[in-house]
Design a protein around this ligand. Sequence first.
Ligand code: S3P
Length: 440
Amino acid sequence: MTTETIQPTRALHGTLRVPSDRSITVRAAILASVAEGVSYIREPLESDDTSAALSCMAALGARAAPLGSGCDSLGLRIPGLGLRGLRAPTQPLFCNSSGTTMRLLAGFLAGQSFDSVLDGSAQLRRRPMRRVTEPLRCMGARIEDTDGGAPLTLYAAGRPLRGLTYDMPIASAQVKSALLLAGLYADAPVTVREPAPTRDHTERMLRAAGVQLTIEAEGDARRITVYPPQAPLRALDMLTPGDFSSAAFFIVAAAITPGAYLRLVEVGLNPTRTGLLDALKAMGAMVTVTNLREEGGEPVGDLEVVGAELRSVEVGGALTPRMIDEFPIFAVAATQAQGVTLVRDAEELRVKESNRLEGFIGELRKLGARIEATADGFVVEGPTHLHGAVVDGLGDHRVAMALAIAGLRAEGATTILGAECVAKTYPAFFRDLSSLIADR
Ligand code: S3P
């Protein structure tokens, strides 16, 4: 177990390119495997989650090779095997702790003509899988779960899956993506209705591969329909942007530190991901977007953040899924804001890598935060003078990183136990953080 100690800091300065996007890298690894020809995924994320996705795809016959000179990896070259070209894996596919890999592969593999087993770490085995297996069964997939979770056994489909119209009870990009990927192997369209927009990387990538897909807005809700492919999928050639969810830790770090100035370059700014920016702006944070452009079908830009006084805000409704991974770090921002911040419609936080409404809140309270869980979110009273303490990362990358940022604003040292879990999406997090701390 690795321990990291964070000292309070009065100054944060510098420029950083955060590691590339996890959600996009995992999707690219999956989709490239069944395209026609070679895909080039430039600047993919290298982390525990993406290694898990790539090793599952290699076990299915699509082995990625490094682009460029090996250790100085510029990206990946992935051979596409065509929609029916994957081969049966000889062992269970180990998704480690990557929920995205497991849920997307459940959909993607449900219509294949071979059996497969999806398994993962003890943490992933505890996460709910019926949200994907139930609608997939409605498409005719034969799947066995283990008390609603992994391991999942997917049996060979003797015929194409059936089309489906599915009203998702929760706003989940993983469920939506699993069903859209299953739609590649269905004999009729698959329509998924999401109650509020969730990250749309799968839709963008399917379209880039030439798959017919429509999106209709119904107020906050969206209906996405994927049509059975009429032609081979086009190979991808894409540059992966910086992960907004990794940038979020530094955005908040600068926003709550008086006198701070950070520039974060090449950050993915897909509007389905940037709810945190809207919430922070409503709190009075000073964040400027420059150089906004589109790269590889995704909006990308640079961010400049300076420290400012923050005031409380209320977050709920369609904003919640647009910042679903940012609530641990958002809670840290709320501890430094004047007034009572309220988060609603966020029950999903109970089933992330840890229960982010119970465990995380308990750890933040050890630093002196005035935060309470509610039935569907949390409430924070600020501003608070945080104090250092020994806290636990709870095996949850975003909890460990949020606690580190809280530690910057605490009096005295903050020790984070189990800090190695940041490798899930951001192996160099502590190194990057110390490169921005100016007063050492
Ligand atoms: C993800 C979707 C979200 C998010 C997760 C990544 C994805 O999960 O929390 O970190 O890549 O599709 P849900 O679909 O469970 O909301």
